[in-house]
Design a protein around this ligand. Structure first.
Ligand code: NAD
Ligand code: PRE
Length: 309
C-alpha cells in the first residue's frame, strides 16, 4: 500500500459522512491514524464499537491538535460554534475542510477563525443517502461521485492538490467551483428536490379525503421515491434551508411560476404545452443516464421506449 497522504485525520462529527470517510480512508490507507470527536458520549461509544477510528474524544480541540487533515462533518449551522472551540488548537500547516451542503455561509462562519498557518479549503461531496448517524456510513459512498472544493484565490495550490488527492483516494472526481455558484447550482439540483419531497409527503399526510392507510397502501414508485428523500435528517435540512436562503428562495420562486404555468395548461387542456414540457424533461433524464450519473432502469432504452409516441 502507498504512503498515507496524511499522518492524522481528525473527523469532527461521525454521522453518515464522517463514518463513510473513516471507513474509506482506512480501507484505502489514505491516512495513518484517525481521531474522532463527537458531541454525545453515546455516538462516540458507537463509533468505537464500529471500530471507525484510533483515537476517540468528546473534546474536538483535542482531536484536531495533532491532525494534518481536519474534516468538519457536522450540520452547516454548527460551524461557527465549532470553530470557536477548535481554532486555537489547529496544528500549523494543517488542512481544514468541511463537507457541508452549503458553502457561502460555511465560509462566513469558518474563515474568520482560521489561523494564518492553516489552509482552509471548503468542500462538499455530492453523495448521500436519507440515513444518518455512524451506522449509516459505508466506504463506497463517494465512489464515482463528485466532490466540489471551493478554495479562494489565495489558497496554496499544494494544499488543494493534497486535499483533491484525498478525495480521489475516496473514489470521487474533484471539481473546483466558486462558492456562490456552488450554492446556486445545488439549490436547484439538490435542495429544491428535497423541499419538494418534504412538501408532497406533507401534503399527502394532510389530505382529509384520502386516508393515511390508502396513501401507504397505494404509494407506487413516484410517491415512494419522494418518501425516501423526505426521510432525511431534519436538522441537516433545516440548516441547509436557513443557510442557503437566497438561492433556495430564488429557485422556489421560479419553481412556483412554472408550477402555475403547468396548472394553467392542465386547467385549459393545453395538450401541446404539457407534451412539449414532458418531452423536454424526458430528454434531460436521458442525458443524465448517458453521462453515467444514474443507473438506468432495467427497461430503459428498449425499442418500444424509443418509438412509443
Ligand atoms: N446526508 C447527506 O446526504 C449529505 C451529503 C453530503 C454532505 N452532507 C453534509 O454533511 C454534513 C453531515 O451530514 P451527515 O449526513 O453526516 O449528518 P449526520 O446527522 O449523519 O451526522 C452529523 C454529525 O454531526 C454531529 N452534530 C450535530 N449537531 C452538532 C452540533 N451542533 N455540534 C457538533 N456536532 C454536531 C452529530 O452528532 C453527528 O455526529 C452536513 O453538513 C451535511 O450538509 C450530507
Ligand atoms: O439522499 C440522496 O440521494 C441525496 O439527496 C443526497 C444529496 C443530493 O442531493 O444528491 C443531498 C445533499 C447533499 O449535500 C449531497 C447529496
Amino acid at each position: 500500500m502507498a504512503e498515507p497522504l496524511f499522518d492524522r485525520l481528525a473527523l469532527i462529527g461521525i454521522g453518515l459522512i464522517g463514518s463513510s470517510l473513516a471507513q474509506v480512508a482506512r480501507r484505502e490507507g489514505l491516512v495513518g491514524e484517525i481521531a474522532i470527536s463527537t458531541r454525545s458520549k453515546k455516538t462516540l461509544e458507537r463509533a468505537r464499537e464500529l471500530n471507525l477510528g484510533d483515537v476517540y474524544t468528546l473534546d474536538p480541540a483535542e482531536a484536531v491538535s495533532d491532525a494534518d487533515l481536519v474534516v468538519l462533518c457536522i450540520p452547516v449551522g454548527a460551524c461557527d460554534a465549532m470553530m470557536q472551540t477548535i481554532a486555537g488548537s489547529l496544528k500549523p500547516g494543517a488542512i481544514l475542510t468541511d463537507v457541508g451542503s452549503v458553502k457561502m455561509s460555511v465560509i462566513d462562519q469558518i474563515a474568520p477563525h482560521v489561523p494564518d498557518t492553516v489552509h482552509f479549503i471548503p468542500g462538499h461531496p455530492i453523495a448521500g443517502t436519507e440515513h444518518s448517524g455512524p451506522d449509516a456510513g459505508f466506504p463506497d459512498l463517494f465512489q464515482n461521485r463528485w466532490c466540489i472544493l471551493t478554495p479562494d484565490k489565495s489558497t496554496s495550490q499544494d494544499a488543494i492538490d493534497r486535499l483533491a488527492a484525498f478525495w480521489r483516494g475516496c473514489g470521487s472526481d474533484v471539481e473546483l467551483m466558486e462558492p456562490g455558484r456552488h450554492d446556486l447550482v445545488l439549490a436547484i439540483t439538490s435542495h429544491l428536490p428535497q423541499l419538494i419531497s418534504y412538501n408532497i409527503v406533507g401534503t399527502a399526510d394532510d389530505l382529509e379525503t384520502v386516508t393515511k392507510s390508502e396513501v401507504i397502501k397505494y404509494s407506487a414508485g413516484g410517491f415512494r421515491d419522494f418518501t425516501r428523500l423526505a426521510a432525511s435528517d431534519p436538522t441537516m435540512w433545516r440548516d441547509v434551508c436557513l443557510h442557503n436562503r437566497d438561492a433556495i428562495l430564488e429557485m422556489l420562486g421560479r419553481f412556483s411560476e412554472d408550477l402555475s404555468a403547468m396548472q394553467r395548461a392542465i386547467r385549459w387542456g393545453d395538450a401541446g404545452v404539457l407534451y412539449d414540457l414532458f418531452s423536454r424533461t424526458r430528454s434531460i433524464r436521458k442525458s443524465i443516464i448517458e453521462a453515467g450519473q444514474e443507473t438506468p432502469a432495467p427497461d430503459f432504452g428498449r425499442p418500444h421506449e424509443k418509438t412509443r409516441d
